[in-house]
Design a protein around this ligand. Structure first.
Ligand code: ASP
Ligand code: MG
Length: 406
């Protein structure tokens, strides 16, 4: 007997037939003798619709009321799944965030979980009743409803699994696991049986959209064994686990890419203390999340060039902020483009293997792809290239690191 938290995403609960399909899976696990709690997302498309209502009602709306509106989708699916389970003879009840209670801070729209009371869930396990919990939502100190940010029900599920010391957290979605890269652009991509938390964290934050990045960080922190699997097929998925569970570590486990990037270059910035901070302090103040940063060594002219990347959605704001500070920064020229993509190779094995980065550069050079920015960490190498070459680069790298399916 195991204790399992199962989370079903928007497409898995997209209509009543699909909810019945979910209920069957839950019933099967219950009948096998497991203790099961379920977390649900809203039906696919519903949260977008709710967000849209708020924006249309008033572009500058009260974030507390936004949360009241957008949390509604999960209320519907949690109740419907409980009804369907009961109809199949499985004792079940729904819980909204405040009813468990899942307590968060009061950063509406992107709240962080502070505490979860395990009592309600423990009582359900004891009575043999399935708790169906509305994902994505919680309650702040002032009793207002909060939401955890888009895709947040993954995080709800992992947090609940941690709090009740579940043996596993199963995340059911519309793909059957984590792949070596996006199978839509590389047909030879392979499904991974296992991947480490660290690698999954990099893959998620570098553009792989299977799990919300925060949920992976939380799973890593609490050692929650997390499985990504399909709600439409009866196949084992990918287990996200600690390093010690992986027998032989691949040097490179996956290739990620992220299209929503933009590159900004400031040319001829004076090479004196305070200039770089003069660029990035105002950006931080405007909440622009800067990613890669490269500063060239200055030549005798005593100026330097600084290149960095920002989310494409923030490009306009970034350019505006820098131009507003032109007088103090005293740079020669400003260049920018949104036509770039960040491609990354990820693997724990590169901690102990040399040559991973140079293989990446060789492979891209062979294809005639110019590298514009490079950044590395212990377990990843990322480059920024022209967006036009995304598919070519990802396919070539996938082959070069021996990831192609036989
Ligand atoms: N329904 C929410 C969203 O669409 C939360 C989730 O699906 O995880 O972002
Ligand atoms: Mg989702």
């Amino acid at each position: 007997m195991a204790r399992i938290v199962k989370k079903f995403g928007g497409t898995s609960v997209g209509d009543l037939d699909r909810i019945r399909n979910v209920a069957k899976r839950v019933a099967q696990a219950v009948n096998e003798g497991h203790e099961v709690a379920v977390v649900v997302s809203a039906m696919s498309g519903v949260t977008n619709q709710l967000v849209d209502y708020c924006r249309t009602a008033a572009p500058m709306h009260d974030a507390r009321e936004y949360d009241t509106v957008v949390a509604a989708g999960e209320q519907i699916t949690s109740g419907l799944l409980a009804i369907t389970l009961q109809d199949m003879g499985i004792p079940a009840r729904s819980f909204l965030g405040w009813q468990i209670a899942l307590k968060t801070n009061s950063v509406h729209g992107a709240a962080r979980i502070e505490e979860i009371e395990p009592e309600a869930l423990e009582a359900c396990f004891k009575e043999g009743r399935v708790a169906v919990i509305a994902g994505f939502q919680g309650i702040a100190d002032d009793n207002r409803i909060t939401t955890l940010g888009r895709g947040g029900s993954d995080t709800s599920a992992v947090a609940l699994a941690a709090v009740v010391s579940a043996d596993r957290c199963d995340i059911y979605t519309d793909v059957d696991g984590v792949y070596t890269t996006d199978p839509r652009i590389v047909p030879k991509a392979r499904k991974l049986n296992k991947i480490t938390y660290e690698e999954m964290l990099e893959m998620a934050s570098l553009g792989a959209k299977v799990l919300q990045t925060r949920s992976v960080a939380l799973a890593m922190k609490h050692g929650v064994r997390t499985q990504v699997l399909s709600s439409f097929e009866d196949l084992p998925g990918t287990l996200v686990v600690g390093e010690e569970e992986i027998v032989e570590q691949e040097v490179v486990s996956g290739i990620a890419y992220s299209r929503g990037e933009a590159k900004v270059t400031i040319i001829g910035l004076k090479d004196t203390p305070g200039m770089v901070s003069g660029v990035f302090a105002p950006l931080a103040k405007h909440n622009v999340n800067v990613d890669m940063i490269v500063q060239s060594a200055s030549d005798n002219s005593q100026t330097t060039d600084v290149t960095f990347t920002v989310p494409e959605d923030d490009l306009k704001k970034t350019v505006k902020v820098i131009e507003e500070n032109r007088d103090t920064l005293d740079y020669k020229d400003l260049g920018y483009t949104g036509d770039v993509v960040k491609v990354s190779v990820v693997g724990l094995g590169m901690r102990s293997h040399a040559g991973v980065a140079s293989k990446m550069f060789d492979t891209l050079a062979e294809k005639g792809i110019n590298i514009q920015v490079i950044s590395t960490s212990e377990i990843k190498v990322s480059v920024v290239i022209d967006a036009e070459y995304t598919e070519l680069a990802v396919r070539a790298l996938h082959t070069a690191y021996g990831l192609d399916q036989a």
